[in-house]
Design a protein around this ligand. Structure first.
Ligand code: GDP
Length: 439
């Protein structure tokens, strides 16, 4: 996501590199480029102008710090400004109440139903007792879709397929939740392909009747400026509490993320990052800003790793590495852990510098398949003792896995190099390594 924007902004900031200090002249040229990058990313033009004006003011007002290059200083100012633009602080959803009621709004296709499922699973993982409610009375398929999701994530779904009154269904769902001890009711409503009066009246009526603790507006980030206009239309009518930006895993230009807060003055609370039920992230403005600037998003990466990583297994493997006994079983286990963390392309984008560097490289998760096939064709004894793998064993593995002998040999070579590197890292003073990283 945001590949073009981050590339263009980086390009603009690079022109300041090596300049002794920030002056009216050089900062103006750079900021013109930054503004262009924002407009290219479909950021609302008023927003883009006001951001670059603020950046300029701050940049010129800065004392010149000898230790910091002007380019770096400007990156920091831009990053702070983008963070502010997206709301500054993360804002949590309100789930207090007995039961708490979360109302979903948004156009058809925005990802409302999918997100309802994701949010239910997210809250369930926190130990909350959740009820999903299907209030789309126009599309029977929408009810089925929610039921399928509910089954998949183990959350009950309340529906009344014969009832055509969404207000009643929502009210009944809340009664049902009270009777069955559910603590959070998520109400998925009907959308339309475009903003229309009937839909607005309906969602307004539902909101008025059930007085939700939290009303979320779900919007597809790929729709750029339209996303901002739709947000405005919904907010004017139902005064929602927060925004959910979906499909940020796609080829979005980022304009919606950057303009929505400024235009409707409501925080983005969550983002959707895949079609799957675990593709939900809390929205952190500072992390998003650093991602946009291609500085990576190390914090999210670490958090995702913490969630997916089996710590005991990680400890065991790091012991193996320290003893220089890393083998193919460990290798396979590492691969599987990485895969659990989500699509590889997402992960790479979170590493500082990598997102830009690898933007044209196709990375897909199938890349691991040949490697897995080869390792899985080894006997347990071979996996534990890679030195056993002579030419005839390699040939057998090649036939068994359906991969060429070159691929098998390549994997052996890579594995050897990896082991060598691990050995070197073991010997390196960790403190001097940390110093390198900081430079
Ligand atoms: P609704 O009409 O608003 O309920 O939208 P749906 O939940 O049915 O979603 C519409 C389409 O968008 C479906 O194909 C979803 O799988 C897809 N979708 C929803 N959220 C995301 C997301 O975060 N990323 C991606 N790539 N697809 C999504």
């Amino acid at each position: 996501m945001f590949e073009n924007l981050s590339q263009n902004i980086n390009q603009a900031l690079r022109t300041l590199k090596g300049k002794g200090r920030i002056t009216d002249v050089n900062v103006a040229a750079t900021l013109k480029e930054v503004r262009k990058a924002l407009l290219d990313a479909d950021v609302n033009f008023k927003v883009a102008k006001s951001v670059t004006d603020t950046i300029k003011e701050k940049a010129l007002g800065q004392k010149i710090l000898i230790a910091v290059e002007p380019g770096q200083m400007l990156v920091k100012i831009v990053s702070d400004e983008l963070t502010e633009l997206m709301g500054g602080q993360k804002v949590d959803i309100n789930t207090k109440g007995d039961p708490a009621v979360v109302l979903m709004s948004g156009l058809q296709g925005s990802g409302k139903t999918t997100f309802s499922g994701k949010l239910a699973l997210y809250l369930k993982k926190q130990g909350r007792n959740v009820l999903l409610t299907a209030c789309d009375v126009y599309r029977p398929a929408a009810i089925d879709q929610l039921k399928v999701l509910g089954e998949q994530i183990g959350v009950d779904v309340y529906a009344e397929p014969e009832n055509k009154n969404p207000v009643q269904i929502a009210q009944n769902a809340i009664k049902h939740a009270k009777a069955t001890g559910k603590k959070i009711v998520i109400v998925d409503t009907a959308g339309r392909l475009a903003v229309d009066e009937e839909m607005m009246r309906e969602i307004e009526a539902v909101k008025k009747a059930i007085q939700p603790t939290e009303t979320l507006f779900v919007v597809d980030s790929m729709t750029g400026q339209d996303a901002v206009n739709t947000a405005k239309a919904f907010n004017d009518r139902i005064n929602f509490d927060g925004v959910v930006l979906t499909k940020l895993d796609g080829d979005t230009r980022g304009g919606a993320a950057l303009s929505i807060k400024a235009v409707v003055d409501k925080p983005i609370k969550f983002i959707g990052t895949s079609e799957k039920m675990d593709g939900i992230d809390v929205f952190y403005p500072d992390r998003m800003a650093s991602r946009i600037l291609g500085m990576g998003d190390v914090i999210s990466l670490v958090e995702r790793a913490q969630q997916a990583y089996d710590e005991e297994e990680a400890r065991r493997i790091s012991k193996q590495i320290r003893k220089n006994q890393f083998n193919f079983d460990d290798f396979l286990s590492q691969l599987q852990q990485i895969k659990k963390m989500g699509p590889v392309k997402d992960l790479v984008g979170m590493i500082p510098g990598m997102g830009n560097m690898l933007k044209d490289v196709q990375i897909d998760d199938d890349a691991f398949k040949p490697i897995e096939a080869i390792i899985q064709s080894m006997t347990p004894k071979e996996r534990a003792n890679p030195e056993l793998l002579d030419a005839s064993r390699r040939k057998r593995i090649s036939t068994g896995s359906g991969r060429s002998i070159q691929e098998v040999n390549n994997l052996m070579k890579q594995f050897d190099q990896m082991k060598k590197m691990m050995k070197m890292m073991n010997q390196m003073d960790m403190r001097s390594m940390a110093k390198q990283v900081r430079k």
